[in-house]
Design a protein around this ligand. Structure first.
Ligand SMILES: C[S@@+](CC[C@H](N)C(=O)[O-])C[C@H]1O[C@@H](n2cnc3c(N)ncnc32)[C@H](O)[C@@H]1O
Length: 191
């Protein structure tokens, strides 16, 4: 991430935004279960909130220094930090009750790789499990904010067919100043 992210995504204001304007909305009607996976935790704004909602939270972060900071912070807690790419999750099928992805998909350089990450989320979810997430909407300001960094914002209208194609059902897409999404892996009796 560039310097802009280092300032904004580590700030208390960003944590408050994620924790009061995003997470309560995408979890309102959702059962997160006991075991949750977060992908792309970055400085951990969502991690800190989510870890109090589940018994065990695993977070997979591709950036080694970012992962190392979180590993130190959450040593001895219910959070396990793993360094690696969410495009190749080191977990068997049906390992988690829920998966969360916040402000990370636009940092993935291609739509194909974003789809691979969403497919991995589907694979590791238990039947009946849920994917929740959010991302920033494309804008000139956001593009400038990402100078020297990956910038590949999600087209909100594409998310419904992309998630359905992967097998998710009960897909909800909320578009306001961000895009938020909630999608379910069909239960055992439905797949
Ligand atoms: C803008 S930060 C968002 C951090 C946090 N989720 C939030 O909302 O504040 C995006 C994070 O996604 C991570 N990331 C990008 N591609 C990834 C991948 N393939 N697997 C795991 N993490 C990834 C980046 O390293 C970065 O830490």
């Amino acid at each position: 991430m560039n310097e802009n992210h280092a300032k904004v995504c580590t700030s208390p204001e960003w944590a408050e935004h994620i924790q009061t304007e995003i997470l309560p909305v995408v979890t309102r009607d959702v059962e997160l279960g006991k075991e949750m996976l977060e992908i792309g935790p970055g400085p951990g704004a969502a991690t800190e909130w989510l870890r109090h909602k589940v018994a065990r939270l695993t977070a997979v972060e591709v950036d080694e220094p970012a992962a190392a900071i979180l590993e130190d912070r959450y040593a001895g807690t219910n959070v396990e930090i793993v360094t690696g790419s969410a495009a190749e999750l080191p977990y068997p099928d049906e390992s988690f009750d829920s998966v969360g992805s916040f402000t990370m998909l636009h940092h993935v350089p291609t739509v194909a790789l974003q789809n691979k990450i969403l497919a991995e989320a589907f694979r590791v979810l238990r039947p009946g499990g849920v994917l929740i997430g959010s991302d920033s909407l494309a804008s000139t300001g956001l593009h400038e904010f990402h100078e020297g960094d990956t910038y590949n914002p999600v087209e909100p209208a594409s998310l419904l067919p992309r998630l359905q194609t992967l097998g998710f059902d009960a897909v909800t897409i909320i578009v306001d100043w961000t895009v938020k999404f909630i999608a379910r892996k069909p239960g055992p009796e439905e797949s």
